[in-house]
Ligand binder design. Structure first.
Ligand code: NZQ
Length: 389
């Protein structure tokens, strides 16, 4: 194992009914004025909003609402939230929603108390947060990003045309309430996209050095098998609590830093997805599904043993009598077949990306990951984008 420091500061309560049971108690630990942040209104339709407001009222809180956080939250929305927090002297933030809401809240928690420009100092480059952000608590309503247990926040700067994420331990939510039954109302397409997002997060850790025997890779394989199983079950029966609760925890486990221990992380697919996300309007998981198999066809020969291990241990493909390279490639194709099986579009064209989109420009704006088996060039990323069409 490589040396490591591990920290995860999020107190997590997991299970059906946990918001009703615990929110007012958590709220009691924080001062009076809370900013209740949420997205486009799904929580008002499915009853989560009423449950949350009732608990906050029970705890005697003064609630300032910040609604309308959009999927792929923009930096201007973060600034709106920070302004509202300052004007109302908000003491803490409660984000109720998916990754977009949770990420936006983390960025607001910094912007509300920081005199400089948080994009320039903490997103455009890695910074040092030497002040206390507003405390953030979250109630996760999707399984996918794992934002509920990480310090990561992905923000899109619309003016600069950059979407990027940073993981600052100081941005970890102070508490996370995870009720898997809250995800029953997530539209199927979004549920599948989120599920693929989990698989992608685990793969980007697994497919990175070191590859000697290590606990992180062992857990990663169990998580990947789990996501595949639980997605299949959730597609058949949207209200299968066992599958939904597993997906919720797999989502958190992929991002709560446990399986990142000692690993380098290959963020290349995520970096490519982020930049495509600035120019196209699909979900995170849909774009990732179009990219992963093509990217892996480009790099599997640089890590044949690892891709073979993936084929055998995750997809149950027999390696008997086959050259390693063939088994390794079969694992990548099993991934591509799974993407088709669960109904993800699988190509950028099927996602509606126009042939007129300047893929070269997008490729040139992608960050290059140094944590994978081979460092990409912008030229090769452009080739990958064209193959993904
Ligand atoms: O806006 P509302 O009305 O809440 O509706 C949302 C939205 O339309 C809906 N939804 C969420 N929970 C629901 C629900 N609908 C019905 N019932 C529920 N229980 O789902 C739609 C998508 O929500 P969103 O939060 O955008 O989805 P997701 O959780 O996939 O988050 C995506 C964002 O997270 C970023 C992505 O880039 C994207 O901006 N990521 C964050 C990461 C992180 N923090 O570590 C890592 C990821 O790789 C990812 O980049």
């Amino acid at each position: 194992m490589n040396n490591f420091i591990f920290e995860n500061a999020t107190k997590t309560v997991f299970g059906e009914g946990c918001v009703r049971e615990y929110l007012s108690c958590f709220a009691g630990h924080y001062k009076e004025t809370v900013m209740l942040a949420y997205g486009g209104g799904s929580i008002k339709k499915n009853g989560i909003y009423d449950e949350v407001v009732e608990s906050l009222e029970k705890a005697g809180k003064n609630v300032i609402e910040f609604a309308g956080i959009m999927p792929n939250p923009s930096y201007s929305k973060v600034q709106d939230g920070a302004r509202l927090a300052r004007e109302n002297e908000v003491d803490w933030i409660l984000g109720v929603g998916g990754g977009s809401v949770m990420d936006c809240c983390k960025a607001i928690s910094l912007a509300a108390v920081y005199d400089g420009d948080i994009w320039t100092d903490f997103w455009a480059r890695l910074g040092v947060i030497s002040f206390e952000p507003l405390p953030v608590g979250v109630i996760a309503t999707t399984a996918g990003t794992g934002s509920e247990m990480s310090g990561r926040a992905v923000i899109t700067n619309e003016e600069e045309k950059i979407k990027t994420g940073r993981d600052y331990p100081k941005c970890n939510p102070r508490f996370a309430l995870i009720d898997p039954a809250y995800t029953y109302t997530v539209p199927e397409k979004q549920m599948i996209s989120g599920g693929f997002g989990i698989l992608s997060h685990v793969m980007e850790i697994y497919f990175s050095p070191p590859d000697e025997n290590n606990v992180s890779d062992d857990i990663a394989e169990a998580l990947m098998r789990g996501v595949i199983r639980d997605l299949r079950t959730s597609i058949k029966n949207a209200k299968d609590y066992t599958a939904r609760s597993n997906l919720m925890w797999e989502s958190a486990m992929a991002e709560n830093r446990i399986i990142k221990i000692g690993k380098r992380l290959d963020l290349q697919c995520r970096n490519m997805e982020h930049q495509l996300g600035v120019y196209t309007d699909f979900s995170h998981g849909e774009r990732l599904a179009a990219l992963h198999p093509v990217y892996y066809r480009h790099i599997y020969k640089d890590a044949v043993r690892k891709f073979k291990r993936f084929a055998v241990n995750v997809w149950n493909i027999s390696a008997d009598g086959k050259p390693d390279e063939k088994t390794a490639r079969a694992g990548v194709e099993a991934l591509a077949d799974f993407i088709k099986e669960i109904g993800l579009p699988g190509t950028l064209q099927k996602l509606g990306v126009s042939r007129r989109l300047d893929l070269k420009r997008i490729a040139d704006s992608c960050q290059i990951s140094s944590g994978g088996y081979r460092q990409m060039t912008h030229g090769e990323i452009y080739e990958i984008f064209k193959e993904c069409m």
